[in-house]
Design a binder for this molecule. Structure first.
Ligand code: SF4
Length: 102
């Protein structure tokens, strides 16, 4: 089943996920990451790496999940690949705490 980066990925860019991806299908802008569903092999290696549980596997293709698949696809197509971990944003720890993962 497809994997998506969801709304928990916002203003943190911990980017631990990208180092676990064997096919380099993560893309990023200045605030978050996206998975290219055309490249992802659905191995789930990235899921436990995210400290804010922002990566999930689509299971029932609900309207909301379809929206996230398309959002990931759309942004991944126009943003550069990210394969190396970056320094988290200054807002990362506050975001982690706000989401209850501190
Ligand atoms: Fe990469 Fe596997 Fe995560 Fe897909 S599920 S983004 S292939 S690590």
């Amino acid at each position: 089943m497809p994997h998506i980066v969801n709304d928990n990925c916002r203003l943190c860019l911990f980017t631990d996920c990208v180092e676990h991806c064997p096919v380099h299908c993560f893309h990023a802008d200045e605030e978050r990451t996206y998975i290219d569903p055309e490249v992802c092999i659905d191995c789930s290696a990235c899921v436990p790496a995210c400290p804010v549980q922002a990566i999930s596997e689509v299971v029932d293709f609900s309207e909301e999940e379809e929206r996230w698949i398309e959002l990931n696809r759309s942004f991944a197509q126009r943003l550069p690949v990210i394969s190396d971990k970056r320094s988290p944003l200054p807002t990362a720890e506050a975001q982690r705490e706000a989401l209850g993962f501190a």
